[in-house]
Design a binder for this molecule. Structure first.
Ligand code: TRP
Ligand code: MN
Length: 448
């Protein structure tokens, strides 16, 4: 391949996996043109702050909590859904910050997570074979052939839904809702009445007491901004490259290119080919990046990825997100940790304990066992302890709702119960109680 210099379009000269078969090129062009003219969703300076924060994680001084839906839904754009998801993430962050005593970098799989890579171009829904659902940025999940036709106007709709979501997230995280004095309010009713909810209440009460203590000591808390707000960042898989290209802008301050669709972008296990279009695109933008790594990746490939995506060796630039499965993590992860450690690349390591542990239940629903999720996390922490590297964070799929999609946990959801409240448009997510339970377990693992 002839080497051309990077531009937001240079990915177009490479093979691009997982791009939808758009039926009408003119409509696609029109949608992308419209996106090019719209304002950026995030600012370059914010992406740089996240790189700095992730640099702290890479150096072992902070922990990354990256969480949100598998696939956000166009049908679920409401203040309540966004608020409830944020509540859970804030609760998990409190449990981790208080329980393990490390700063937590909070990144949502939110405000842009609308595209899904699919293993197969078609899927069986009930009795009918349909084109696969590819996320609401591309087509609709309704079980009929018309709904599955890719529609470029959805790219523009995804932008607008991201903008609304981000606007509310900014309001919530900077406008008082995330104030530590609100720590009790994030505990939703159905969580508060459970064992893990009560455990959370204990921490919340201790935080209250600590704040009162500081006040009584004469510390002026109202002027301590960090108590009253959080830095909350957005991220999604950079899958539909036309969309990402259209939102890529040159920063007037530094002259660098940033993909302004989110603060952090990641490349998936199915699109991380070193000569492919996705890696080409990500290599040229300055945002902090993620790369998912499944059990088949070799240490040599991981080094190639590090050199391609983090040639300048900037701590915080690259987060490697392992998703091995509970059965594979103990043999597949250690060689990668050692090789990267010895290469001198200071990456952030995060564990996605969800995607390697998915299976289809007897009733035909995709699910995950809480115990497998926990098992992979244990393997991840153990592998890092052995390699002398920092287990930097977790990447989880969750919802603030009381769904029944993953098996087990404190509520001990059984296979027969999956159908009760199974609402995901893609992968099974942890519900609010399971998420808090998980945060307590992670805090324990972090304390060692
Ligand atoms: N700003 C600090 C932080 O983000 C403290 C904080 C304020 C906080 N509100 C929070 C921590 C909510 C966790 C959850 O860590
Ligand atoms: Mn998923």
């Amino acid at each position: 391949m002839t080497q051309v210099s990077w531009s937001p379009q240079s990915w177009r000269l490479r093979p691009a996996a997982q791009q939808p078969p758009w039926p009408d090129d003119d409509l696609l062009e029109r949608a992308l043109k419209e996106l090019c003219a719209l304002p950026p969703l995030v600012f370059a300076g914010e992406a740089r702050s996240l790189t700095r924060a992730l640099g702290e994680v890479a150096e072992g001084r902070a922990f990354l909590l990256q969480a949100g839906d598998c696939a956000e839904s166009f049908a679920e754009l409401s203040a309540d859904t966004i608020r409830d998801k944020l509540k859970i993430i804030l609760q998990m962050a409190v449990v981790l910050t208080y329980g393990a005593g490390v700063p937590v970098v909070k990144v949502g799989r939110m405000a842009g997570q609308f595209a899904k890579p699919r293993t197969s171009a078609t899927e069986l829904v009930g009795e009918v074979q349909l084109d696969s659902f590819r996320g609401h940025m591309v087509n609709d999940d309704a079980p009929n052939p018309q709904a599955r036709v890719p529609d470029p106007s959805r790219l523009v709709a995804a932008y607008h839904q991201s903008a609304s979501t981000l606007n509310l997230l900014r309001a919530f995280t900077k406008g008082g809702f995330a104030d530590l004095s609100q720590v009790h309010i994030w505990n939703q009713q159905f969580v508060a009445s459970s064992d893990e909810g009560r455990r959370y209440e204990q921490i919340a009460a201790e935080i209250d007491r600590a704040l009162h203590f500081m006040e009584a000591c004469g510390i002026e808390l109202s002027s301590e901004h960090s108590l009253h707000q959080v830095d909350f960042y957005t991220s999604h898989e950079a899958l539909i490259l036309g969309y990402e290209e259209a939102l890529t802008r040159r920063d007037s301050l530094t002259g660098d290119f940033y993909d302004c669709s989110a603060h952090m972008l990641w490349v998936g296990e199915r699109t991380r080919q070193i000569t492919g279009a996705h890696v080409e695109f990500l290599a040229g933008i300055k945002n902090p990046l993620g790369c998912k790594l499944g059990p088949s990746v070799t240490p040599e490939e991981v080094i190639e990825i590090c050199e391609r995506l983090d040639p300048d060796r900037v701590p915080g630039r690259l987060t490697l997100i392992s998703r091995m499965g509970t059965d594979r993590v103990t043999d597949a992860l250690p060689p990668l940790l050692e090789t990267v450690r010895d290469s001198g690349h200071l990456v952030t390591w995060a564990c996605d304990p969800m995607h390697g542990n998915t299976f289809v239940s007897n009733g035909g629903r995709k699910t995950r066992r809480f115990d497998d999720i926990l098992g992979e996390l244990r393997g991840f922490f153990e592998a890092h302890r052995q390699a002398g590297t920092w287990p930097g964070g977790v990447h989880v799929e969750l919802t603030g709702d009381d769904v029944t999609e993953c098996l087990g946990g404190f509520g001990d959801i059984a296979e027969e119960q999956l159908h009760e409240r199974y609402t995901t448009t893609c992968d099974p997510r942890l519900n609010a109680r399971q998420s808090i339970d998980l945060a307590f377990r992670i805090a324990e693992l972090l304390r060692g």
